[in-house]
Design a protein around this ligand. Structure first.
Ligand SMILES: Nc1ncnc2c1ncn2[C@@H]1O[C@H](COP(=O)(O)OP(=O)(O)O)[C@@H](O)[C@H]1O
Ligand SMILES: [Mg+2]
Length: 237
């Protein structure tokens, strides 16, 4: 169940934000995309999930070309997007936020079982069930955003900057433990991060995106040792 992008270009008007991206994610993998602010990481995830349309290229999943499918159909096929900046509904309760994540499903029992699964991953959400999303701490909101994305029971989770704005301790908890746990349950993960240091420790393979182009693709073990990556993304470490 490989996800594969070939020659994908995405535009904002006349601005070409993705310039012929080739990328794949195999079943069970954790793959990261690192790149500076403005490199096109968010655009890439939005293009995969059908929020933005590729103007050129193909996106293949489960043997189908999905690049023209509506976002909702892509969710039903098993690709779920946890967006940058969390985008939870502040005025809705934790429970309501989570149930919205299950919009693509109608079996109540399955939805309830899925709720129990996300509570096992994030016990704090069960305690906050009736609380409004906007009253949660930053870390809890990020957990809610990830949990909501998992409510559609995806095969692939697209994670956009989960570490943004979190305390370092929580970054460790959310990025390391949670991502490893979700992956163990059989979900492939495409992780976008400005915090390259962390991302390269979590993922197995990585891509480096620069102004809309993939300039490097290698195992994370090699990327960490790469001089260009070190000086540009790892603070020279
Ligand atoms: N809605 C938009 N309209 C026009 N340009 C945009 C829009 N969103 C992003 N861009 C531009 O596309 C490029 C890639 O942005 P983005 O994908 O958000 O990068 P990243 O997530 O890597 O920071 C940037 O030059 C950005 O200014
Ligand atoms: Mg972004």
């Amino acid at each position: 169940m490989r996800l594969e992008l070939r020659g994908v270009s995405t535009f904002y008007g006349k601005i070409e934000a993705l310039k012929g991206v080739d990328l794949f994610l195999d079943e069970g993998e954790i793959v990261t995309i690192i790149g500076a602010n403005g490199a096109g990481k968010t655009t890439l995830l939005k293009t995969i999930s059908g929020i933005l349309r590729a103007r050129a290229g193909t996106i293949n999943f489960k043997g189908e070309s999905i690049e023209a499918y509506p976002a909702e159909r892509i969710v039903r096929m098993g690709i779920s997007h946890c967006p940058e900046g969390r985008k939870i509904f502040h005025a809705l309760s934790v429970d309501e936020n989570l149930r919205l994540g299950a919009f693509s499903r109608d079996n109540k029992e399955e939805i309830n079982a899925e709720l129990e699964d996300v509570f096992r991953l994030f016990p704090v959400l069960k305690q906050r069930l009736k609380q409004k999303g906007g009253t949660l701490s930053g870390g809890e909101q990020q957990m809610l955003a990830i949990a909501r994305a998992l409510m559609s029971k995806p095969k692939i989770l697209l994670l956009d900057e989960p570490s943004l704005g979190l305390a370092p301790k929580l970054v460790e908890k959310i990025l390391f433990e949670t991502i490893a746990e979700i992956n163990k349950e059989g979900v492939s993960i495409l992780l976008v991060e400005q915090n390259a240091h962390l991302a390269l420790q979590i993922a197995k393979r990585g891509y480096v995106l620069e102004t809309g182009k993939i300039v490097l693709c290698d195992s994370c073990a090699n990327l960490i040792k790469n001089e260009a990556v070190k000086s540009a993304y790892l603070g020279g470490r």
